[in-house]
Design a protein around this ligand. Sequence first.
Ligand SMILES: CC(C)(COP(=O)(O)OP(=O)(O)OC[C@H]1O[C@@H](n2cnc3c(N)ncnc32)[C@H](O)[C@@H]1OP(=O)(O)O)[C@@H](O)C(=O)NCCC(=O)NCCS
Length: 160
Amino acid sequence: MAEADALTIRRAVPEDAPALSRLLQDLVSAGTRSARADAEFVLSQYVQNPDGICCFVAEDADGALLGLQSMKRTAEGNEYGTPGGWGFIGTHVSPSAARRGVGSGLFRATREAAQTAGVPAIEAYIGAGNAGGQAYYEAMGFRTWRKPEGAVCKRYDLAP
Ligand SMILES: CC(C)(COP(=O)(O)OP(=O)(O)OC[C@H]1O[C@@H](n2cnc3c(N)ncnc32)[C@H](O)[C@@H]1OP(=O)(O)O)[C@@H](O)C(=O)NCCC(=O)NCCS
């Protein structure tokens, strides 16, 4: 894996929303995303989610955004069946920047934020047919622990 040149990982700010919306739209066009991709969704779900623990972006030397990783704290009885008080992670890397270490760089920052936030574990809820997403999280150290209908859930346990 070649590390992306001059990759910067930083916290997302509301002004990133239009560019992140375009990045998510590219994933929709590539067929690897089916959820909403508009700027309002980016803000409410990722950048300014009231349950958010962190939201990091990766940018290249020209300031172009290559990826987004968000993590929120789960509520008890949430719709995904994830235990309450865990981190719940989502990763979105531009199709044009795949396999260049963007996702790996983002997870280094998210893992540190999870440790600081004191969550016991992080869950990734991945589509059963998303082999690339499953391989990515596996490479980050996540392991499968449950398989709800149509999904594979992988967990990453933090050291206490
Ligand atoms: C999955 C995704 C986040 C990976 O991001 P990335 O920046 O390409 O990941 P990295 O370059 O850091 O890859 C790290 C390792 O993960 C594994 N990996 C990543 N993508 C993979 C793929 N498509 N197939 C197989 N292994 C993969 C590899 O082991 C890779 O190391 P290597 O390139 O040295 O072999 C990105 O492709 C993406 O956003 N996909 C669409 C949305 C999605 O599926 N999100 C996650 C599930 S909800």
